[in-house]
Design a binder for this molecule. Structure first.
Ligand code: SF4
Length: 343
């Protein structure tokens, strides 16, 4: 069945749940390879050999929420930081000079901004836009419609907000005391205001393959330009610390199926799960964006892997370019990226 389903997707026909499940169940070896190979072909047809590198600026690790899977959850007793304006501008400038095509400005739901106001963030956005001229993605958690209006008005291209699962019951166990619809509606509102949106899921958080298939069918209809999957990585001090990390083949299959179902989508290979050593497999599965590029010695953290490969310079455009070259791929330019996002 799997080869027929791949053919169907290659022909541009929508897949049903049984077909998505058959791809998720692809056996390692020949079947999984056929899936990855089809995903690479589709990427090549649409994007040639271009892969887009994104800079990651996690500017505040404070958070008022208590997500069970997250190292930065409120109750985790860890060192935290909130970068000031000049540090953030400096980091953004360095990332721009290094060749990234987008800056992802991320924070936990830091009460300093969420309970008071976002003026400092708005000012920072204006300045970063002026200095770097790069497209921006803002990942601030759930914010009010007024705040989204302001982001849109400032010309912020992207709003990223991952549901992690589209199973509401599982969501309520993971994102404690958070509202599923409020989260979903925030990204839909951003989209209605002309912003591009990114949606994402996580594997290994208690979901079933049926949940993943539901998510992929949902994401296919959502109209998100960027679609992401990441494997859960257990971290010290969180309630899910003792849960294992899932087999990576599941993440690779999800990347490939997302590509088959959404040929035009931007699909990340995140450095934040397995660092540089995990990059090739994710690109082999059909990803066309590299996320979580972080300048070394900047004092910035990742999310799932807060320090892996950062200070030794592997999470840089230079670092990933070595792998790209080995694979016959090249970093896409800013002009090419702007053409893709239409902004
Ligand atoms: S996932 Fe985001 S909202 Fe949840 S605890 Fe972590 S930083 Fe906060």
């Amino acid at each position: 069945m799997i080869y027929k389903v791949i053919q169907k997707a290659r022909g541009g026909q929508p897949l049903n749940k049984a077909e998505v499940l058959s791809l998720l169940n692809a056996k390692e070896g020949e079947e999984a390879e056929a899936l990855y190979s089809a995903a690479r072909e589709i990427r090549k047809e649409r994007y040639g050999n271009k892969i887009f590198p994104y800079g990651f600026v996690y500017f505040s690790t404070w958070c008022r929420n208590n997500c069970n899977f997250c190292y930065y959850r409120r109750d985790n007793d860890i060192d935290r930081y909130r970068k000031d304006r000049s540090e953030i501008i400096d980091i953004a400038t360095k990332l721009c000079e290094s060749g990234v095509v987008l800056l992802d400005l991320t924070m936990g739901e830091d009460a300093t901004y969420h309970r008071e106001d976002f003026r400092a963030v708005f000012d920072m956005i204006k300045e970063i836009k002026q200095i770097t001229g790069l497209p921006l993605m803002i990942s601030p958690g759930v914010v009010s419609n007024d705040t989204i209006d302001k982001f849109a008005e400032l010309g912020v291209e992207w709003y990223a907000l991952y549901q992690e699962t589209h199973n509401r019951e599982l969501f309520s166990r993971l994102r404690i005391h958070q509202d599923y619809d409020e989260r979903m509606n925030a990204k839909l509102y951003a989209k209605s205001k002309g912003m591009l949106i990114e949606e994402g899921i996580m594997t290994g958080i208690g979901e079933t393959l049926s949940d993943i298939a539901d998510s992929m069918l949902f994401m296919n209809k959502l109209g998100a330009k960027q679609l992401r999957v990441m494997s859960f990585v257990p971290q010290k001090g969180i309630p899910m610390e003792h849960l294992g990390t899932p087999e990576r083949s599941l993440e690779y299959k999800v990347i490939a199926i997302l590509r088959l179902m959404n040929p035009e989508a931007l699909i990340p290979a995140s450095l934040d799960v397995d660092g540089i050593k995990g990059l090739k497999s994710r690109l082999d599965a059909g990803a066309n964006v590299i996320t979580s590029i972080i300048p070394p010695m900047s004092g910035l953290a990742g999310v799932a892997q807060n320090c892996m490969d950062i200070d030794d310079g592997h999470r840089t455009v230079e670092g990933v370019s070595v792998i790209l070259k080995e694979m016959g791929l090249v970093p896409g330019t800013l002009a090419e990226y702007r053409e893709v996002i239409g902004k």
